[in-house]
Design a protein around this ligand. Sequence first.
Ligand code: SAM
Length: 353
Amino acid sequence: MSSEPKREIIHSKEEVAAQEEIWKYILGFTPIALVKCAIELGIPDILENHETPMTLLELTSKLGCNESSLYRIMRFLIHYKIFQEKPVSETSVGYALTPLSRLLTRHGQNSMADLVLFSNSPIMLASWHKLSTWVLDNKELPFEAAHNNDLWGFTAANPGYSKLLNDGMACDARVAVAAVIEGCPEVFEGLKTMVDVGGGDGTTLRLIVKAFPWIKGINFDLPHVVAVASAATCVEHVGGNMFDYVPKANAVYLMNVLHDWRDKECIDILKKCREAIPEDTGKVIIVEAIIGRKEDHEFKEVGLMLDMMMMAQTCNGKERTLEEWSYVIHEAGFTRYTIKHIRAYHSLIEVYP
Ligand SMILES: C[S@@+](CC[C@H](N)C(=O)[O-])C[C@H]1O[C@@H](n2cnc3c(N)ncnc32)[C@H](O)[C@@H]1O
């Protein structure tokens, strides 16, 4: 009796690893979609406001939702350490927050919920689908191809989207400014006035004048942004266009603004900032990522991802290497700068005339 030779399929370890890895790209949006779903359902807030871990039945009845869908969603998010199970009695367990979901409550001090909702909103997701066309033809920017307007024109025309963006940026500002205040308080010594250019809803300046009460802050942003910013002691809101002028102050603060623009506009903005400060004692404080740093640090990947986000969403913006920062700073007429790394993806660059 003859038998067929046994066909052996031998996969190398690398091939198997690649097959596993590729599923991250096939289904990679799933964790993001589920975190967004949990925020929209308000699950992190409900768990935070409940004194003990919540059983499936309690959470289902609080949400008034389908029990089996909720069970599957929570099982998935527990796997990703967004939530955890804890005993509530000898026979039952309940859902509780983890360090990750503590960052997803809507109003917590370090909440990132609004930034998750903004970054993964249908408006932002649409631009990613236009990236390859733009890379090939370099004509219409991805955001413009998706929305017939640039990012800032679109926010001016859509107040709901403008709020989504400003709330999202405020999340980032709370974390970054806390790291600036903790890591380099000396930067603010002796400043009587400081203008935050592109300061959004004023979150940054509110935190800075609270920590350094001798500073009077000017929050400078587009008119439609400051028109809805809430009032704060020692912070004046001024509407205008940073390409026309920047209000005068001892120092200019620029956080997450220059990365929205290509070098030419960046240099123009920096020149306007230079005109706004005293020639002898003034400075510009840039708080942004520096990518391609030699030393290893935990925010390396964030910088690279943000660089792609700038490509897809902004007016030709980019995250910059030290050499690229040095170029725009010197082209704008500044003579020297110093750098401080902080406990965030940003670094702080002090720039002097
Ligand atoms: C990425 S957000 C950064 C907000 C804030 N600095 C932060 O880090 O949270 C960029 C800001 O620049 C503002 N902006 C855009 N174009 C501007 C212009 N021509 N003049 C003044 N502000 C502008 C936007 O409205 C937005 O608030």
